[in-house]
Design a protein around this ligand. Structure first.
Ligand code: MG
Length: 365
């Protein structure tokens, strides 16, 4: 088989470094065209030395070049935040398949991205473990009634609201199951991550919000499930390691042993628990459903406000619960544009970030 030519946007981040670990095990299957990092020059250089890409780039400037390079068979979009959107669209227009780990791309512009992918016949394979699970479960989408997205519940699942409200950055970053980047880990603590994933699922698989359910599953073994019309439920299970969904997404439709370290054992896992999410304690999920149903720039607004608030929390400027308050306030005040253009999406994003910054600078605690 010919080697699959791949580039990684965000190679120095959490998903990017794990993707290179996968590729290291599958050297005969991949040729790396380009690696793009955020700001960790040293790591990017080390990666370049080891994997010998055709070229590397640092920061946002080179992303357009990478994504218009038709040498690529597939691009792994593994950066976090809004910078994933433009390069993804460029890659799609160039007919390059996408392994998508950046959920903001779909939260901000899911309608446009999915329509473009269809137009150019491009595969978008999700890396996000829940969506990757659903992708593996679905054979005929028309026979499926409902998507069931699992949530680990994050570090505050069984803590009191008070403890959660007064948590430190360290506590919020201590995720019980997954080792991920800081922004997504805070989103997991507030459960906004699950809200964003509901919106992501809506776009990826074309399901109404009322047909997407969230269930808390603390062990993170069942990565998500689907219910067929006849009541049959198919779930995808596995140990909680991002290597598995990353490998699935970049090798799809093939499957290789790759980075697999041990066999799955039901007996060792012994039990799987499920519970209803507490939307009172974690109102972010409810907000995400509401904004998703509103559509247009509502989700752009929610995403931008949340991201700014998360950064402010990580910088010690606000408390954890302020993240929701600020995001909710921005959503309440936002005048939604329906069917926005890409320019309108970026304008809304910019405007909301500026407004959020103003609100953040006035928070007193
Ligand atoms: Mg996920």
């Amino acid at each position: 088989m010919e080697k699959r030519k791949i580039s990684i946007i965000g190679s120095t981040g959490s998903i990017g470094t794990q993707a290179l670990e996968v590729i290291d095990k599958l050297r005969d299957k991949f040729e790396i065209i380009a690696l793009a990092g955020g700001h960790n020059v040293e790591l990017l250089n080390r990666q370049a030395e080891k994997f010998k890409p055709k070229y590397t780039c640092l920061g946002e400037e080179g992303l357009e070049r990478i994504c218009s390079d038709k040498d690529n068979d597939i691009i792994l979009v593994a950066c976090s935040g809004k910078i994933g959107l433009k390069p993804t669209l460029t890659a799609i227009k160039n007919g390059i398949d996408i392994a998508l780990a950046n959920k903001e791309t779909l939260v901000m512009a899911g309608d446009i991205v999915m329509a473009e992918a269809k137009k150019y016949g491009v595969n978008i394979v999700p890396v996000d473990s829940e969506h990757c699970a659903i992708h593996q479960c679905i054979k005929n989408v028309n026979q499926v009634d409902k998507l069931i997205i699992t949530a680990s519940g994050g570090p505050f699942l069984h803590k009191s609201v008070e403890e959660m409200k007064n948590s430190t950055v360290e506590e919020a970053l201590a995720h019980p199951r997954w080792n991920m980047g800081k922004k997504i880990t805070v989103d997991s603590a507030t459960l906004m991550n699950k809200g964003l994933e509901v919106i992501e699922a809506h776009h990826l698989f074309g399901f109404d919000y009322d047909d997407i359910e969230v269930v808390v599953h603390p062990q993170s073994i069942v990565h998500s499930a689907i219910e067929y019309k006849d009541g049959s439920v198919i779930a995808q299970l596995g140990l909680p390691s991002m290597h598995i969904p990353i490998q699935y997404a970049i090798t799809y439709p093939e499957r290789y042993e790759g980075i697999k370290s041990k066999s799955f054992s039901f007996a060792e896992i012994a039990r799987l628990d499920f519970e209803k999410p507490d939307f009172e304690k974690f109102p972010t999920v409810k907000l995400a459903y509401e904004m998703g149903k509103t559509g247009g720039t509502a989700t752009v607004c929610m995403n931008a406000a949340n991201e700014e608030a998360v950064f402010a929390f990580l910088n010690g400027k606000i408390k954890l619960y302020n993240i929701y308050e600020i995001t909710k306030k921005m959503c309440d005040e936002h005048k939604v544009i329906q069917n926005p253009s890409i320019d309108e999406i970026f304008e809304t994003d910019k405007e909301i970030r500026i407004k959020s910054q103003e609100v953040i600078s006035n928070v007193r605690f």
